[in-house]
Design a protein around this ligand. Structure first.
Ligand code: CP
Ligand code: NVA
Length: 307
């Protein structure tokens, strides 16, 4: 089987996602019915974390366990990587001992260099630039609630960060629109985030304009991990970018609200919105588990033939 990594959303085609979503539905149903499905017995996942995590660690660790395999949690500070071992050397060693690796780190370049030196599949568990596992779970969630995302409009309000960049890649893969509204100084640099220039996004200075007629409104923290030094400046810059009920009212009547979590109520989102009827944030979090199980199955076993 050809070695495949999952480093950015556009590493996979729309057909591959359609396959992964079909598998995710089956895996989810099997799990909900307490039926055992152990295709990854004797397989080991290494999870390298340079940053904190609740959902990513849990969903990968529980997911691997539920598929019959095991996982090893490696916070960077407890490994030789934390003491300066070159990432290339670490990749060569770790990938001789395990079957699949997930990494959460800072610059995307670190992940890229790791993957180039790995003998086994590498998954991006979040970098400063991208969060593809989250968007895979989010699109699966959208489809569960509203059907196909192609042709729909997603409003992204707030920081042009790893989540926003990944939504922009996903828009090209699935052919939907993203309305992005961010304060001046937080512009999209499309060449830097691997967009092919299909014009699937539009910038709006007013968040209220951006959400008009949106099928999905989504946002994320103003201060991502690694940007803590900019806290005060960012709180000022983003003050008008809180998704509140007034903003949600401008979107389509049946618009969904998403947030990858963790959230800061009263900053990027109002309590009434994240805890309100349009919010599907808990489904998003749960679906990380099911979609990543399908992802690991695909990277390790390839396409499963239907019985
Ligand atoms: N959404 C997400 O990736 O959450 P964690 O940081 O808790 O993993
Ligand atoms: N943009 C956030 C996402 C956390 C899951 C961060 O990078 O901290």
């Amino acid at each position: 089987m050809q070695l495949k990594h999952f480093l950015q959303f556009n590493d996979f085609s729309r057909e591959e996602y359609e396959y992964l979503f079909e598998r995710s539905r089956w895996i989810k149903q099997t799990f909900k019915q307490y039926r055992q499905y152990w295709p990854l017995v004797d397989r080991t996942l290494a999870m390298i974390f340079d940053k904190s995590s609740t959902r990513t660690r849990l969903s990968f660790e529980a997911g691997m366990n539920q598929l019959g395999g095991t996982s090893i949690y490696l916070p960077t500070r407890d490994t030789q990587l934390g003491r300066g071992e070159p990432v290339e050397d670490a990749a060569r060693v770790i990938s001789r001992m395990v079957d699949i690796i997930m990494i959460r780190t800072y610059e995307h370049d670190i992940l890229q260099r790791f993957a180039e030196n790995s003998r086994v599949p590498v998954i991006n568990g979040l970098t400063d630039e991208y969060h593809p596992c989250q968007i895979m779970g989010d699109i699966f969630t959208f489809i569960e609630h509203r059907g196909a995302i192609a042709g729909k409009t997603v409003a992204w309000i707030g920081d042009v960060n790893n989540m926003c960049n990944t939504w922009l890649q996903a828009a090209e893969v699935f052919d939907f629109k993203v309305h992005v509204s961010a304060p001046p100084g937080y512009e999209i640099v499309s060449e830097r985030i691997g967009l092919s220039g299909t014009n699937n996004y539009e910038m709006f200075s007013s968040p209220h304009e951006a959400v008009k007629n949106a099928d999905l409104v989504t946002t994320d923290v103003w201060i991502s991990m690694g940007f803590e030094a900019e806290t005060e400046k960012r709180k000022t810059d983003f003050a008008d970018f809180c998704v509140d009920t007034e903003m949600m009212a401008l979107a389509k009547r049946n618009a969904l609200f998403m947030h990858c979590l963790p959230a800061h109520r009263g900053e990027e989102v109002a309590t009434e919105v994240i805890d309100g009827p349009q919010s599907v944030v808990w489904d998003e979090a749960e679906n990380r588990l099911h979609t990543q199980k399908a992802l690991m199955e695909y990277l390790l076993l390839g396409k499963i033939k239907k019985a």
